[in-house]
Design a protein around this ligand. Structure first.
Ligand code: AFP
Length: 320
């Protein structure tokens, strides 16, 4: 089986981008090791700190963020980084070619219950001149690469550089990511949806009506029964969608008037949208393609509806 580095060498990808992707995946191996130790490494539980989102930071949030920052600081191709756990963008190397946006440990609320968590990353081109937050505010269409590492029963890497999606599985003994699923494609139809149902009364009528029709199953207008999954870690739900189809959505809700959206654009929605579109799926806010959004702020949030093309398009009809 091809290793990730062999795959990169044979893919004709820019050598500097290959170097950066190896930096990211090597760091993910260390994160995987920390996560695998769980309570034994004294890394579970919460800190007294809050991130820019106002969320209490878990110890592993901090540890994994520091691991990724350390790895990227040592990579001369990196001009700057933006992290869910960093209030502001961080300058790295003045002459670097790339900007890296990441969520070091997505699904933090799953850490203490030993459920799925992952690292999500997005690579953008750096521009000349001084690095500012503005340097990062590029649409998802500009992404040069995007992927995640899912820390589950096996540790898996999902990656795209714009020519399809491949999965690599970490070999526990050799420490190599091996190509196990080439040219991943999302089935166009599905019977599986993922949404946090507890927010139902806060959704827009369009989403309330769409989900209500799914739940009516073969007694309703869809004339087929659906199943539901909710992992509460985007990496886990998106991996299921990439692996066997489905629709995943975190729609806008009016639960908290000052926080109409949950998922972050730059380091959750955009990288996942790139992967999903490269796997023949659709990734929308309900009203526009996620990757067409012109970002206004590094930590901005957005509504997400992504997955099987035909099913997402069915959902979008309710929003039209
Ligand atoms: P945490 O990292 O705070 O656990 O949030 C994870 C997440 O951003 C995304 O990965 C999940 O899909 C979503 O939030 C889960 O949100 P709910 O906890 O409201 O279901």
């Amino acid at each position: 089986m091809q290793t990730f580095s062999q795959y990169l060498n044979e893919s004709g990808i820019d050598a500097d981008l290959s170097q950066l992707l190896l930096t990211l995946t090597d760091s993910a191996k260390s994160i995987s090791n920390a996560v695998q130790h769980g309570a034994l490494a004294g890394v579970l539980g919460e800190t007294e700190q809050e991130n820019v989102q106002g969320e209490t930071q878990k110890k592993l949030d901090i540890i994994t963020n520091d691991m990724l920052k350390g790895a990227l600081n040592a990579d001369s191709t990196v001009k700057g980084l933006a992290s869910e756990e960093e209030d502001h963008v961080v300058s790295v190397h003045r002459d670097g070619k790339f900007l890296v946006c990441f969520d070091p440990l997505d699904g933090s609320s799953n850490i203490d219950i030993n459920s799925l968590v992952g690292t999500i990353f997005s690579v953008l081109p750096a521009k000349n001149g001084e690095l500012t937050e503005q340097s990062f505010l590029q649409s998802g269409r500009n992404q040069l690469a995007a992927g995640y590492v899912l820390y589950g029963p096996s540790t898996m890497l999902a990656i795209t550089t714009g020519s399809g999606v491949n999965f690599f599985t970490l070999h526990p003994e050799t420490g190599e990511f091996l190509l196990t699923h080439a040219d991943v494609t999302i089935p166009a139809d599905t019977k599986e949806f993922a949404i946090n149902m507890s927010n139902q009364r806060f959704w827009q009528p369009a989403m309330q009506n769409y989900i209500a029709d799914l739940i009516k199953g073969d007694t309703g207008p869809r004339a087929k029964n659906f199943n539901m999954r909710w992992i509460a870690a985007m990496v886990g739900d998106v991996h299921r969608v990439l692996s066997r189809g489905g629709i995943f959505t975190y729609p806008t809700d009016n639960k908290k008037p000052n926080k109409p959206f949950k998922l972050r654009l730059m380091y959750e929605a955009n990288p996942m949208a790139f992967l999903v579109e490269q796997a023949q799926g659709v990734a929308s806010t309900g009203y526009e393609s996620i990757m067409d959004i012109e970002p206004q702020e590094i930590h901005q949030r957005v509504a997400v509806v992504l997955g099987s093309a035909n099913e997402v398009n069915e959902c979008l009809k309710y929003h039209a």
